[in-house]
Design a protein around this ligand. Sequence first.
Ligand code: PXL
Length: 281
Amino acid sequence: MHKRAAVINDLSSLGRCSLAADLAVLPAMGVEACPLPTAVLTAQTGYPRYRMENFANKMSRYTTHWQELKVSFSGILSGYFTCPEEITATEQFLDTFQQQGIPYLCDPVLGDNGHVYRGFTEETIKGLQRLSTRADVLTPNLTEFCLLTETPLAAVKEKLAHPKDAFAYLQQQAKNFSQQRIVITGIHYKENQQDKITNLVLEDTTATPVVSDYLGGSYSGTGDLFAAVLLGGLLQGRPLVETVRLAGRFITCAIQDAQKENTPYNDGVNYEPYLEMLRKA
Ligand code: PXL
């Protein structure tokens, strides 16, 4: 059956991230993707400069028009916001279109490697905490998880000397999001002197680490690709852990391809040749 997802994210023309990633991945997984732009940028904000048009006061037009058309969605994804007003507009969108039984995946894009992205305020963090409590699935990286749950990143890093202890600690820190399934992405640590990268799936009382090869580097858009594959996989009917494995394999191929070509980190990864891995089995 035809599935249609609303994707609420920015449109950055360079960086292979946000809406560009959503609009490539979801249709490759057999899902129509309807963009609701939060902002339009000439390039993602990691580049030395960019031009940006905020869409906060245009977002309600989409909600109103789609409501007039009596459109409904099988899934909803939200990602990057440039200001708190875009989050408020997303809450209004959810008031209209969120329904029991359709997955809402909130990717709480806030920062990476211990740093908050440029221009993010305390109010944006509070707004993403509100959105996160309404979500079914959350896909924070470790920095974002710590910001959402007010967990000191240094404490997690220290515990990662014993990964099992660190995973149990993260599960405990997730207690304010007990209604959500959480995938903490890209947790990097060493085990027996070997670099590991894990996506940790927290569901009810279980914590399942899904380990990938550690490839190094921090490329634009990998979190956005991950979130899009997750929503697509859930809409294909795959279990969450299987979908996390699929996303990990897909992104590993795309990073290895980018590394072969020395692609700059800001330009994102070469995922285009691997989209066919995502087709429904
Ligand atoms: O990939 C996250 C992201 C999305 N959109 C914009 C960004 C970033 C990360 O820096 O700048 C505009």
